[in-house]
Design a protein around this ligand. Structure first.
Ligand SMILES: *Cc1c(COP(=O)(O)O)cnc(C)c1O
Length: 397
């Protein structure tokens, strides 16, 4: 035995309650699925599971696309797979940039060698649909890339009527639905989204590590008609779809345990029903927003376009932004998150997603948040947050 045996103790992570912007706490049934016995990559039992995962992806994306499967890697691997498999050097891309994740789409597109035209909106606001349509008409891009729910700003970008203009000019629409899928309606087919990408650790209720993606047969044709091979082997959708499809062409070794976890998370959504799940996120979010405002705190962003699963809370004067997060963790075992960019140090990001999106969790959080804010010197009325959250949740039932 190694004489230094006491150097590394057995793992024993604290039972944190993850009320930030992901990961959240998965349903225990998802965690159990992660520990099931492994199957080989081409075991017929496992390929049958892969087929079910594809079907369940179609279900949550509300699509009848032939292509729907998870990319192995976190959400940004899915975004990168979508962009790098379609874009070639000097292709034109219009990107809606209204937060950190719009910037990410622009950055990935630039790295693909594309010519990027950003359409900007101030953080906290939605894109101006006319500005977007004008840019598309002028630039005539191959791809229009948009973020549905930008986790940096708490804003929900309406997408219902944006694809038509892109299609009229021959562009494919790629959407980052990483935050929103499973939490609010994402209507891939009805809204005409050509490529839609999600992530597992937000409203889908799974640990991070995979990125469900779906795309149309038009996009399949774009990929098949490339002049040059995709620079990335790992993220080449043409190769990955041949692995997920009936050809079963060997690509990477699918992460078996994550595939189980994702299948269980998607199965739980199927069992609950999407409409019920959206309503649950909406109820928890409404209680959260009511509670925060009853404390006299301000929510960042346009109230008409607020994401239900998030609250971007402005830090009150005289209160330490990191101090509150540290005390929440220490006293209450609860995690919330810092903000990005210009909001860094000025706001907290708080989220109730997937399994965590329950009014009871919100009430427990509000009590803890009130305790920590008061201990940090903020003037917060005691008990008002709980009353307001309860009142809002009650009226919503
Ligand atoms: C979390 C998030 C991402 C990135 O996800 P990773 O899983 O960390 O790669 C991308 N877009 C949005 C909108 C997100 O919320």
């Amino acid at each position: 035995m190694n004489p230094d045996v006491r150097r590394y103790q057995a793992l024993g992570p604290s039972p944190r309650r993850l009320f930030g912007t992901g990961p959240m706490n998965p349903d225990p049934r998802v965690l159990r699925a992660l520990g099931l016995p492994l199957l080989g990559q081409f075991d017929p039992e496992f390929t049958a599971i892969m087929n079910e995962v594809g079907d369940l992806c179609r279900f949550v994306f509300r699509t009848s696309n032939g292509q729907a499967f998870p990319i192995s890697g976190t959400s940004r691997a899915g975004l990168e797979a979508g962009l790098c498999s379609v874009l070639e050097p000097h292709d034109r891309v219009v990107v809606g940039v209204a937060g950190r994740f719009g910037e990410l789409l622009a950055e990935i597109s630039t790295r693909c060698g594309a010519d990027v035209t950003p359409v900007l909106a101030e953080w906290g606001r939605v894109l101006d649909p006319d500005a977007l349509r004008k840019a598309v008409a002028e630039v005539r891009p191959k791809v229009v890339a948009l973020v549905h729910g930008d986790t940096s700003t708490g804003v929900l970008q309406p997408l219902e009527n944006l694809a038509g203009a892109a299609h009229a000019h021959g562009a494919a629409v790629l959407v980052d639905a990483v935050l929103t899928l499973g939490g609010v309606p994402v209507e891939t087919d009805r809204w005409g989204l050509d490529i839609c990408v999600a992530g597992t650790q937000k409203c889908l209720g799974c640990p991070s590590g995979m990125a469900p993606i779906t795309y149309t047969s038009d996009v399949e044709r774009l990929i098949a008609g490339r002049h040059m091979p995709v620079q990335s082997n790992y993220l080449d959708l043409g190769q990955i779809q041949a692995y997920w499809g009936p050809e079963r062409l060997n690509h990477h070794t699918l992460p078996t345990s994550m595939t189980y976890g994702l299948r269980e998370a998607l199965r739980l959504i199927y069992e609950e029903g999407l409409e019920t799940r959206w309503a649950r996120h909406h109820r928890a979010g409404a209680a959260l927003h009511a509670g925060i405002e009853a404390m006299g705190l301000r929510l960042f962003g346009d109230p008409a376009h607020r994401l239900p699963m998030l609250a971007i809370v402005e830090v009150p004067a005289g209160v330490s932004e990191p101090g509150v997060r540290e005390m929440l963790l220490r006293r209450h075992n609860m995690e919330i998150m810092a903000a990005f960019g210009a909001l860094c140090g000025r706001a907290w990001r708080i989220g109730f997603m997937g399994y965590n999106a329950e009014v009871q969790n919100v009430l427990q959080f509000l009590e803890a948040f009130e305790d920590v804010l008061i201990a940090s010197g903020a003037r917060v009325p005691r008990g008002d947050a709980i009353d307001a959250a309860n009142a809002r949740a009650g009226s919503g039932r």
